[in-house]
Design a protein around this ligand. Structure first.
Ligand code: ZN
Length: 314
């Protein structure tokens, strides 16, 4: 996406600066057209097409979404990303999470997603937001307190902000305040009511891009064990609480809903090198895009930003 934006701005400025030169060249070109009208048109056309193909294919190599873009009937205006903290992909099912499971059946998903190393809440969300690994984005520690420096560089909110979306960020752990930057219009920390604040945000007129972080499993896991009855019961409540928000957005149409997580866990442990600790799901559903290319695709937490950037590129 970035190369495309840069190439557009580079095309405009020289064109203004070179107005006189172009005016001078016009007569010469007119003469050339008289003699080479066929070849001139063909050359110009192939240059334009070639340039556009190069830009698109360089994006497609990374994320394989050309088919999704070409099939887009109407760009989404209501985008919701939900990160359910500590959600192990194996916990998702028709009994433990019937509403998310319904999205999986109608949309696409992978249960093979990978968190960061180490797979911890703030490190993983920083990779999710920045599109960069912990070493690349510099957030290798899992702590943050209000008043400390916040995330540097652009995040997942940049593209939607530029595309005219209102942006909202509602989270339920203080340390996730690290991720607030200038591209977020409205943000709020609420341990128990982040979902309600997200629902209120979608009532505003215009286009909406919202990131919602929900905690609960991150406490049930260490206390009772990942995938334990108590953990699955907590997931059931989270799933039930999400129902009206999902229904609201789907009713508005032109939507993209993504449900994912920051890390898994095993036993009562998380954040270790155990493979279960790194596992995360990615569930996506949209009435705007054909997302079938994403079904069962390998996924890393740092790929959410490029994925969104590509989908938002029109
Ligand atoms: Zn977490």
């Amino acid at each position: 996406m970035q190369p495309k934006i840069h190439s557009l701005s580079l095309n405009r400025n020289p064109r203004q600066r070179g107005k006189n030169i172009l005016t001078g060249l016009f007569l010469s070109l007119l003469m050339l057209m008289i003699f080479f009208v066929g070849p001139f048109v063909t050359t110009g056309s192939s240059v334009a097409t070639g340039s556009s193909v190069v830009t698109d294919s360089s994006v497609v190599t990374d994320s394989s979404v050309a088919g999704d873009k070409s099939l887009a009937s109407h760009p989404p205006e209501n985008i919701l990303i939900v990160s359910i903290d500590a959600l192990h992909p194996k916990a998702l099912g028709p009994k433990s999470s019937p509403h998310i499971y319904a999205l999986m059946e109608k949309g696409v998903y992978t249960l093979k997603g990978q968190s960061t190393d180490p797979p911890l809440t703030l490190i993983s969300h920083s990779a999710m937001f920045s599109g960069l690994s912990p070493l690349e984005n510099g957030k290798t520690g899992n702590a943050w307190r209000p008043g400390q420096e916040t995330i540097q560089g652009k995040t997942i909110f940049q593209s939607p902000k530029r595309a005219g979306f209102s942006t909202g960020y509602f989270y339920s752990k203080e340390k996730l305040g690290f991720l607030i930057n200038e591209d977020i219009d409205i943000h709020g920390l609420s341990k128990d009511f982040a979902g309600d604040r997200a629902a209120a945000f979608f009532q505003f007129p215009g286009k909406h891009f919202c990131f919602l972080h929900i905690s609960g499993l991150d406490q049930a896991g260490p206390a009772e064990g990942w995938l334990s009855p108590g953990y699955l019961e907590e997931l059931f409540f989270i799933d039930d609480a999400l129902k009206p928000l999902i229904a609201l957005i789907q009713k508005k149409t032109k939507y993209l809903i993504i449900i994912t997580s920051d890390h898994g866990g095993h036993g009562k442990i998380h954040g270790s090198e155990h493979p279960e600790d790194s596992q995360i799901p990615l569930v996506m559903i949209s009435d705007s895009y054909d997302l079938t290319a994403y079904q069962d695709r390998p996924y890393k937490v740092s790929q959410l930003k490029p994925l969104l950037d590509t989908l938002l590129m029109e």
